[in-house]
Design a protein. Structure first.
Length: 274
């Protein structure tokens, strides 16, 4: 069930004319966008469009060179990812930081293990971690056979979904997802999109990075299109169709010219020329 969002609340994250330069190389310039609670912002672009730089600025891995970054309405300049995480900004990278041979519950609490007892009698509270893992996954609609199974035995979509549930459990207010569907088949991509929608419906903000408009459009509320480090626009779903989005990403004129170039030449009778 979606959490009630107070009227007039500022976006969880907002960037205004944000930019990043590495020496003389401009990686990102003049990009503006925002994501609010219970909303999915899709950031689309091909390789080299600036998506990775955009993620790193939001996640606190890199500082922006120009423009303004606001979190919960307050201007911020993160020095490291821990500062962003402490504010509830969690990033799930494409190459998930999981230990394949460890069980799901160990990966769920990796680095944040629960313990019981004191001093030399302190030990892992395995039962509590198993129970919490099972309950938190169930809240996201993830039904695993056994939380003791190695996380490496899960499908790519299931691993991404466990990572989303983990971020939610540890207090994330916004989850940044780095190409979570890029290496997945149609069915597993659909699994991840379902859990993105469930995170949104629980009141989280979601920043969904992807190069695939067919994955973005069904789940997205807003769409930021990047090309060579600059913004092609920030659109609400009502302002753009999937066909228009695809055309902008591909470069409509270039795509049309390519289509003409690839057409099979025909003879006078209409049959392909020999």
């Amino acid at each position: 069930m979606t959490e009630k969002i107070s009227a007039g609340a500022p976006p969880i994250l907002e960037v205004r004319d944000i930019g990043k330069a590495y020496g003389s190389i401009i990686a990102l310039q003049g990009v503006s966008a925002s994501v609010s609670a219970g909303e999915v912002l899709c950031v689309l672009g091909d390789n080299g469009a600036g998506k990775s730089t955009f993620i790193k600025i939001l996640a606190g891995a890199h500082q922006h060179s120009e423009g303004t970054l606001l979190a919960f309405g307050e201007e911020r300049r993160f020095s490291n990812p821990r500062e962003a995480l402490d504010l509830g900004i969690a990033t799930v990278y494409q190459d998930l930081a999981v230990v394949p041979l460890m069980p799901v519950w160990r990966n769920f609490f990796l680095g944040s293990e629960l313990t019981r007892g004191v001093g030399p009698f302190r030990r892992l509270d395995v039962q509590a971690m198993r129970t919490i893992t099972r309950d938190e996954l169930a809240k996201m609609g993830i039904d695993l056979r056994d939380v003791d199974q190695p996380v490496g035995t899960l499908s790519g979509g299931e691993r991404q979904s466990v990572a989303i549930a983990r971020a939610v459990h540890f207090g994330a207010k916004v989850v940044i997802l780095d190409e979570p569907t890029s290496a997945l088949g149609v069915k597993q991509a659909g699994v991840v999109l379902t859990y993105i929608a469930r995170a949104r419906d629980r009141g989280l903000g979601v920043v969904f990075i992807t190069h695939n408009p067919h994955h973005a459009y069904p789940v997205g509320d807003r769409f930021l299109l990047l090309n060579r480090g600059t913004s092609l626009g920030d659109f609400a779903k009502s302002e753009i169709t999937i066909e228009e989005m695809t055309g902008l990403m591909a470069g409509g004129a270039e795509l049309e010219a390519l289509a003409h170039e690839l057409e099979r030449p025909t003879g006078a009778s209409g049959a392909p020329a020999p």
